[in-house]
Design a protein around this ligand. Structure first.
Ligand code: URA
Length: 187
């Protein structure tokens, strides 16, 4: 098993799929490498591709706000990653072959960080990790056994920015669910 730093060195040279051709840089992940909590998004957007960090655009601002307000944490107290490491052109959805090519990087990071709770942000991350084709509306609202811990599916923050107060309220409830699961585990 590589270390996280070794895995990142491998990732920045990756050419396993065509997304590598259009990237400015690989967006590997950020935060505490042994966090109990990991967020998994879809893939880098324009800002993330330029800055090399996940969730630094508008979606990221909402993610940071919800982390702080509902869980009392910032991104140094969790780990934040995406299903794909490179920006899909024009922010299109990642293709199944791209998700498959990147999947070993995601699986190995899950092994290395070994979080107790994984919060999946949106359809892509949730479907990828729960291995389902069901939509996020149906899947959210509960936790699922995942690896040796739990998975809490929620909306992608971009969907919440589009969907308004009701979607944000549901996301808040999902973040509280994740916080409770973490608290129950240590108590
Ligand atoms: N959307 C994502 O899914 N991930 C990011 O890093 C940014 C936006």
């Amino acid at each position: 098993m590589p270390t996280l730093a070794e895995l990142e060195r491998e990732a920045v040279q990756c050419t396993r799929c065509p997304l590598s051709e259009g990237r400015t840089q690989v967006v590997f992940g950020v935060g505490n490498p042994s966090a109990d909590l990991m967020f998994v998004g879809e893939g880098p957007g324009r800002e993330e591709d330029l800055q090399g960090e996940p969730f630094v655009g508008r979606s990221g601002k909402l993610l940071d706000t919800l982390m702080r307000q509902e869980m009392g944490i910032d991104r140094t107290q969790c780990y934040v990653a995406n299903v794909v490491l490179c920006r899909p052109p024009g922010n299109r959805d990642p293709l199944p072959a791209e998700i498959d090519a990147c999947r070993p990087f995601l699986e190995t990071r899950l092994e290395l960080v070994d979080p107790y709770v994984v919060v999946t942000l949106g359809n892509f991350a949730t479907r990828t990790l729960l291995d389902t084709t069901e939509g996020i509306r149906k899947l959210r609202g509960r936790a699922y056994p995942f690896r040796s811990g739990q998975l809490v599916p929620t909306y992608h923050p971009a969907a919440a920015l589009r969907g308004g107060a009701e979607v944000v309220a549901e996301m808040r409830a999902d973040f509280v669910r994740a916080k409770r699961l973490l608290a129950e585990r240590v108590s």
